[in-house]
Ligand binder design. Structure first.
Ligand SMILES: *Cc1c(COP(=O)(O)O)cnc(C)c1O
Length: 379
C-alpha cells in the first residue's frame, strides 16, 4: 500500500490518518486480556489496508513478536519491518515456494498432506529442520488437514523428523457470536485432533475468539480486525479504539431548488431547497457504491462541524454528494474538513450502511489518500 501511496496531503483527495498509538493500545489491551497466552497479530492484506510497514514497526515496539500473513510476499515485507519477528504464512505452501520461505525465515501453515510432504522434502534436501505450523480443520471447512489426514500423518514414523513443528492451529467460524454452540464444538474438535500430534503450542482464536475466555486462548491468539479498531463482535458494543481516520475537504457547495436531482441517474430529488456539498472521494477510494442513497441501513453519513450530514444520490468513482442544509452555515464552505471515517463515523457504521463488514471497508480504502502515520493532531 505504501509503495503506491506517497501522495502529499495537498495533492490528495483526502487524508487517511492512522493512529499508531491507538493500534498499539488495542494490541496491549488484547495481550493483557489473553495472558498467559501470547498475543500475535494478523497483518495480512497490508494490515487490513492500514499499511504494513508502519503498523508492524509500531506493534513490534510494544512487544508483538509473532505475525500472521496470508502470502509469502507479505511475509517478506514483515521480515523487512521486523527483522526478529516470527512470521507464519496462512495460505500454506505451494510447490516451488519453499526456497522463498527459507530465505526470509517464514513459517508456512501447512494445510494439506502435499504441503507437508513438500516441506519435509525441502528440509531433508537442505538438511535443516525448518519451522512450520500445522493448520488443522475443526469445522469452518476452509484450509486445514482433516481428521483422517491428521491421523495418517501422525502414524508416519518420521512425520516430524525433518521439520520443526512449532504451532498447531485452527480457525473459528462463529467467534463473532460468543453464544454460538459451534465455538465449543470446534474447540473440542481442535483438542481431539491436537491429541494426535506432538505437544507443541496451539492457537485457535482470531479477534473475537480472543474474547471467548481462557479455554479459547491456548498458547497464542491471532487478532486482526480488533487491532485495527473494528468491532470483533456482531452483536455487542465495540471494545476497541478506532485506528483509521479519514478526512476530506468540501470541493464545492451548491444551492439547489426543491425538485432538482443530484448525481448519476438522478436517483435523489430534493424535497426542499437544499445545500449540497461535494467531496472528492468515491468508490475507487473505498467509499462503497452501496452507500448511495437510499442505503440499506442508512442513511450513510459524513460528519461536518459536529453534525451528521447524509450522503445523497449515487456514490461515483471520485465524488460523493452530501446534504448540508441542516449544518450550521459556518461549516458550509469550500475547503471545510469533513470526517468520512473515524470517531463519529465508525468503520462499523460504514460497514452496516453498505451491507458488509469492517474488514471489507478497511481493505477497500485504496491508494489515493495521503497517509499520515502518527497521532491525530497532525490531521
Ligand atoms: C485473518 C485471520 C485471523 C485474524 O482474524 P480477525 O477476525 O481479523 O481477528 C486469524 N487467523 C486466521 C487463520 C486468519 O485468516
Amino acid at each position: 500500500m505504501r509503495e503506491d501511496n506517497n501522495i502529499p496531503a495537498e495533492r490528495a483527495g483526502g487524508v487517511l490518518c492512522i493512529d499508531l498509538t491507538a493500534l498499539q493500545n488495542n494490541w496491549k489491551q488484547l495481550a493483557k486480556m489473553s495472558e498467559p497466552a501470547e498475543c500475535g497479530a494478523a497483518v495480512k492484506a497490508q494490515c487490513y489496508g492500514i499499511g504494513l510497514d508502519e503498523s508492524v514497526k509500531a506493534l513490534s515496539a510494544v512487544g508483538c513478536k509473532t505475525y500472521f500473513v496470508a502470502l509469502p510476499d507479505e511475509g517478506r515485507q514483515v521480515r523487512e519491518a521486523a527483522p526478529d519477528a516470527i512470521i507464519y504464512v496462512l495460505c500454506g505452501l505451494l510447490s516451488g515456494q519453499a526456497k522463498f520461505y527459507e530465505k526470509y525465515d517464514l513459517r508456512p501453515a501447512l494445510a494439506t498432506p502435499t504441503q507437508v510432504s513438500e516441506w519435509q522434502e525441502f528440509c531433508k534436501t537442505q538438511n535443516k529442520k525448518l519451522p512450520a505450523a500445522l493448520h488443522i480443520e475443526s469445522g469452518i471447512n476452509r484450509l486445514g488437514l482433516t481428521e483422517t489426514q491428521t491421523r495418517l500423518l501422525a502414524k508416519q514414523t518420521d512425520a516430524f523428523a525433518y521439520f520443526k513443528l512449532t504451532l498447531v492451529m485452527s480457525h473459528l467460524a462463529c467467534g463473532d457470536t460468543p453464544g454460538d454452540l459451534k465455538n465449543e464444538e470446534q474447540r473440542q474438535k481442535f483438542d481431539q485432533m491436537r491429541a494426535l500430534l506432538p505437544d507443541v503450542p496451539a492457537s485457535l482464536s482470531n479477534s473475537p475468539g480472543a474474547f471467548l475466555g481462557r479455554d479459547f486462548a491456548y498458547d497464542m491468539v491471532r487478532p486482526g480486525i480488533a487491532l485495527y479498531g473494528g468491532n470483533p463482535f456482531s452483536d455487542r458494543a465495540n471494545p476497541m479504539t478506532s485506528v483509521a481516520h479519514l478526512y476530506a475537504p468540501l470541493l464545492q457547495v451548491r444551492d439547489i431548488c426543491a425538485g432538482e436531482t443530484v448525481g448519476y441517474s438522478a436517483t435523489w430529488t430534493a424535497k426542499r431547497d437544499t445545500k449540497i456539498g461535494i467531496i472528492g472521494a468515491g468508490y475507487r477510494d473505498g467509499i462503497s457504491r452501496a452507500l448511495s442513497s437510499p442505503a440499506s441501513n442508512g442513511p450513510a453519513c459524513v460528519f461536518v462541524g459536529g453534525h451528521y450530514a447524509p450522503i445523497v444520490g449515487r456514490v461515483s468513482m471520485d465524488l460523493i454528494t452530501v446534504d448540508l442544509t441542516d449544518i450550521p452555515e459556518e461549516f458550509q464552505h469550500e475547503g471545510q474538513k469533513v470526517e468520512l471515517m473515524g470517531r463519529n463515523i465508525t468503520v462499523d457504521d460504514i460497514a452496516r450502511w453498505s451491507g458488509t463488514i469492517a474488514y471489507d471497508v478497511l481493505t477497500s480504502l485504496g491508494s489515493r489518500y495521503a497517509r499520515v502515520y502518527s497521532g491525530l493532531e497532525s490531521c
